[in-house]
Design a protein around this ligand. Structure first.
Ligand SMILES: [Zn+2]
Length: 472
């Protein structure tokens, strides 16, 4: 039998409403330390009053403590991205799952994440921040980097409390939901399907039991004049109690109330409770009908812009730094001469590779005559006709050109997508070598570098790319 005993040296006593009590004599036999609110319990701030911003400062201090040990200058952008996603963000998640934190705190954490992602420990300037934070903090399917959006993730975690209200068989007005906002409840109602049984657990006004809508949504004015808003469905329908709850002498009572009431009354009358069957709900966004934080989070991006970046870049075999670069390149967010010129920053206007046209993203990767010769050699080497520049149309956007190129091949699409990332990466390296190191390489030399890198990628696990290059 385990001999568990309280360790008083690790315990504290926090008196609540003990005015007029001689605590010293009461606690004489308990050798625990005496403490006051706010304190920390299981790593979370605990207080008998509303938590202030200062009570959450420990989170910012913890994040700064992590950042100071990493040397951002020696990390690549994708390395910093991994740390932002897996370490800095996870510091906040434990807190978000239990408490409703101030918006300022989330803004502060976002500022730290954004700064480290784009600038490491250096000063953050407009030039370093290549894509705005709102876009970066979207899921990959919506064009972002898959960094968690803290406010939306916090909402997804709060919905768990509402879900557990049902699964733990507590009443519809359990106090555990005190952290949930009205928006949380509306999202929860939209995300679940309610099957009415005996009505003992569903809330008459708040549960979406009338063809997916709640009476509160159908008749907001009538809801306003109800004196009892927390009745269960069973209670409210018993002898038309919900009608008797209405304050008909309310000073704002009008024809609108009457019309809403008639509609609600007719809808309510069409519903029948089923005795001996429990009310149940199922989650719309998962196959098994069960809540998951992941699906609750993703549901908040339904209707957002969707992109092909996941298919073209993130699910393709390539080293993470090349994928990160590709994510910037496909959005035309790398510092080519045209973008530097728009900002009035120092630049060499002509393309470093052909020295005849102004450099832009689409020129550098697709239109440049030097680059077209590289693509031609790559197409011949891999026997991929669709990579031949002579078969391309005219494109104004890198994204359109990239999508067409990646989808044109009927065979081994994954191999071609890896190859596109590889060629783009090497073109960028060659361009930088010419501008910054003043090194020149001919088409054949660049092709040899591409072939060498392709063999290495293939050996490291890019089996689809391996299938493509073995056709030579
Ligand atoms: Zn050029």
């Amino acid at each position: 039998m385990a001999r568990l005993v309280t360790n008083f040296h690790k315990s504290s006593v926090i008196p609540i409403r003990c005015n007029g009590i001689d605590l010293s004599s009461v606690l004489e036999s308990i050798p625990a330390r005496r403490a006051t609110f706010p304190t920390k319990y299981l790593g979370l701030p605990l207080s008998n009053s509303r938590l202030q911003k200062v009570d959450f400062q420990f989170l910012i201090d913890k994040i700064l403590g992590k950042l100071n040990t990493w040397n951002g200058r020696n990390l690549t952008a994708d390395g910093r991205l991994t740390l932002v996603k897996s370490v800095i963000t996870s510091q906040a998640v434990y807190l978000l799952s239990s408490l409703r934190v101030p918006k300022d705190l989330m803004k502060c954490v976002d500022a730290k994440r954004r700064h480290f992602l784009w600038a490491g420990m250096e000063r953050l300037t407009g030039g370093k921040c290549k894509v705005n934070w709102i876009r970066s903090a979207r899921p990959k399917a919506c064009g972002g980097l898959g960094i968690l959006h803290l406010a939306r993730f916090a909402r997804a975690l709060r919905l768990r409390w509402l879900w557990q209200e049902w699964s733990s068989h507590s009443s519809a007005s359990s106090p555990s939901d005190s952290n949930c906002t009205t928006t949380d409840r509306l999202l929860f109602a939209a995300a679940t399907t309610l099957t009415v049984g005996d009505g003992a657990r569903a809330s008459f006004w708040n549960s979406p039991w009338l063809r997916g809508l709640s009476p509160r949504d159908i008749a907001p004015h009538v809801f306003h004049i109800s004196k009892r808003k927390n009745r269960t469905l069973k209670e409210a329908l018993c002898d038309g109690l919900w009608i008797r709850d209405l304050n008909l002498h309310h000073r704002e009572f009008s024809a609108t109330h009457l019309m809403e009431f008639c509609r609600l009354w007719s809808e309510v009358n069409q519903q029948q409770l089923r005795p001996n069957v429990c009310d149940s709900i199922s989650w719309k966004f998962s196959e098994d009908g069960q809540y998951s934080a992941r699906s609750a989070y993703q549901a908040q991006f339904i209707g957002s812009m969707s992109t092909d970046f996941e298919r073209l870049i993130w699910r393709v075999w390539a080293p993470p730094k090349c994928k990160f670069f590709s994510w910037l390149a496909i959005q035309d967010r790398i510092w080519t001469a045209d973008r530097l010129a728009r900002r009035g920053w120092p630049h060499i206007p002509l393309c470093a590779l052909c020295r005849s046209t102004q450099e832009s993203g689409i020129h550098l990767f697709a239109d440049c005559r030097f680059v077209k010769r590289i693509w031609r050699e790559v197409a011949l080497w891999t026997a991929s006709e669709n990579l031949l520049p002579s078969s391309w149309g005219h494109y104004d956007s890198i994204c359109l050109w990239w999508t067409d190129l990646a989808d044109a091949m009927s065979r081994n699409k994954k191999g071609v997508r890896s190859l596109i990332i590889l060629v783009i990466w090497e073109i960028w390296r060659e361009r930088n070598a010419k501008i910054f190191d003043h090194r020149e390489a001919c088409v054949q030399q660049v092709l040899n570098v591409i072939k060498g890198a392709a063999a290495l990628w293939s050996a490291a696990g890019a089996k689809h790319l391996g299938g493509l290059i073995r056709r030579e």
